[in-house]
Design a protein around this ligand. Sequence first.
Ligand code: FES
Ligand code: FE2
Length: 408
Amino acid sequence: MVKPVAVEPIKAAMAFEFSRTAPPPGFPALPPIPGGRYTDPAFLALEQQHLWKASWLYACHIDEIPEPGHFIVFRRTGSPILIVHGKDGVVRAFYNTCRHRGAPLVKESTGKVEGLVCQYHGWTYGLDGTLMNLRDKRDFPDFDATCYSLGGIACERFGNWVFVNEAPSPRPLQETLGEIAEMWADIQPGQTRFVHKKSYHVKCNVKVLLDAFLEVYHLKSIHQQTVDRFLDHRGTAIYLWPHGNSLMVTPNRRPDWEDPGTRGMLKLASASEITAHHNPSYHLYPNLVTPIADSGIPFILFWPCGPREMEIEVVWFAPDWGGGPLNPLWEKRIANFERILYEDTQFAEYIQESVESTGYRGLNLNYQERRIYHWHEELDRRIGRERVPAHLAVTPMLRPFVVDTIAK
Ligand code: FES
Ligand SMILES: [Fe+2]
């Protein structure tokens, strides 16, 4: 169960937000975020190296690789990463790169294998990445096979979700999740089932679209006929956690309101009042946004595909329905969400055009949009402030507003 203590503080924070006539005392005017952070090739190269290649990234759900030998190839960081369900039940990640001369161990993006045999010259690896056999070993003088295991990548599970991290010795995933790990207990991460996934290509820098999912200031404009009808952005409570994670809880206009699209769906009795009756949207740094609910969990993932190209991927999970066919109501639910997604993506290309223009003067963020500023502060910490060109740096402003725990 969710820590019960978190429910009352969140409700109190939403009540405070409704009542305030200005940001809380001491909240600063946020300086503009330089537009070059979305366009400058040198900055984007730093971001690629220090962020995308050194963060825990959601890769797949265990239902996609349920048995030993099942694999999936994850290609979101510029490296082909092979994620394999081992004979011992452990899920591991390796570069899909033979240690001989780099041919792939698997060519399909998903499937099932007994072992990993390179099709170029036949080097053979176990599902744990160990080099087992090679042809004509006599022709490699002083060859020590133990030095030629597949290159391993940090891979950890949280419940049924699999994450990878290309950093050599990253902080454990659980530590990275911080308080999120405790708060998600109410949606039973070890019981979720995979439902559906789909990616959408958008012509903008990955951050342009991610920004839209870190605030609800835009509800009254672009979601007037959808989200704004049941959520009240004036009561949104926001929590900034250390290391870039954050939470935004937007109250339902009516506490007894039920999303008609979820009527008749299985709902988790373990869900807290916040999860079941409001809209808590978590952000796991850098690119996972999830507005969890008692009836289903969408992971909204933001993937860079180049300086001005990205993909937004939506992966749906459901509470365990105990086998049998999926409830057909899911089709409509997913279609409804897609409609909201199109509302969110409509300006992305135009914003990209603007941030690349000489007329752009930076992002001017308000109190409600502080999660975007928090995201950028963390990016500079990860890159290392000494490496960020001065004209693209973000001044740290939000430290006094970062909390270790919501409970306090
Ligand atoms: S590249 Fe794999 S065996 Fe030669
Ligand atoms: Fe939106």
